[in-house]
Write a protein that binds this ligand. Structure first.
Ligand code: ADP
Ligand code: MG
Length: 226
């Protein structure tokens, strides 16, 4: 099981400007990989492509040997819903839902809200936000909201977590807590994590570090863990 990117290129705009210049990489099952590099180096673009939120302009993505864009849209949605968790810097919680309802968003979309309620509460307790379950996002701190977003990403026990600067708007103590949660999930549940960060200390907490410079991988990476 793995996600493979082969000669990934991405361009934006008209006239088009290429921002990823033919990247090759593999994310193996259960790995914790960080992607770091300066602002504008292409980290988020690469993460979106690996997670199927965006398509490469050329090159190929394979998930467990299959091209996701050859799947039916039903199967691609199912893959995203069940196998992938997303965490962003800004959490995009729905303001009109309580913390618990936000965590249960994915299960609710699949009609599985009741089945997952116990797990949602357990996750929230583990993340020290059990007492926030019936509060709305506007009643919680930024760190608490971010942990709600992380619980939401984990609720379906995804095979992969894609996190884009998940600690970017947190104070350093909360940021470190979030990082430790990610490490724990990776170790205990075998969830593969692809973490974008520009903080070297956090990047170093991954098992493997990928460094981008101007849309290219600076480290020799392709064959490192095949
Ligand atoms: N949707 C978009 N349209 C146009 N340009 C974009 C878009 N997304 C990213 N870019 C450009 O691609 C480059 C890489 O962006 P990004 O992947 O967000 O970098 P990073 O996450 O490393 O800061 C930047 O120059 C950015 O302006
Ligand atoms: Mg970014």
């Amino acid at each position: 099981m793995s996600i493979t990117g082969k000669n990934i290129r991405k361009s934006f705009g008209d006239p088009s400007i290429e921002v990823l210049h033919g990247l090759d990489l593999i994310i193996n099952d259960g790995e914790f990989v960080s992607i770091s590099g300066r602002s504008g180096s292409g980290k988020s673009t690469l993460l979106y492509i690996l997670s199927t939120l965006d398509k490469p302009s050329s090159g190929e993505i394979e998930i467990d040997g299959l091209n996701p864009y050859e799947l039916s849209s039903h199967d691609l949605h199912e893959y995203r819903n069940k196998s992938v968790g997303f965490i962003f810097q800004f959490h995009y919680l729905l303001p009109e839902l309580t913390a618990l309802e936000n965590v249960l968003l994915g299960p609710r979309n699949l009609g599985l809200q009741e089945e997952y309620k116990k797990r949602a509460i357990e996750l929230m307790e583990e993340f020290e936000i059990g007492d926030q379950a019936y509060k709305f996002p506007s009643q919680m701190s930024g760190g608490q909201q971010q942990r709600v977003a992380i619980a939401r990403a984990l609720i379906m026990k995804p095979q992969y977590i894609f996190a884009d600067e998940p600690t970017g708007n947190l104070d350093s103590i909360t940021g470190l807590k979030v990082m430790k949660f990610l490490q724990k999930i990776n170790k205990e549940d075998g969830t593969a994590i692809v973490l974008v960060t520009h903080e070297p200390d956090y990047a170093a907490m991954a098992e493997r570090e990928i460094y981008l410079i101007d849309g290219k991988i600076a480290s020799r990476d392709l064959d490192a863990h095949v």
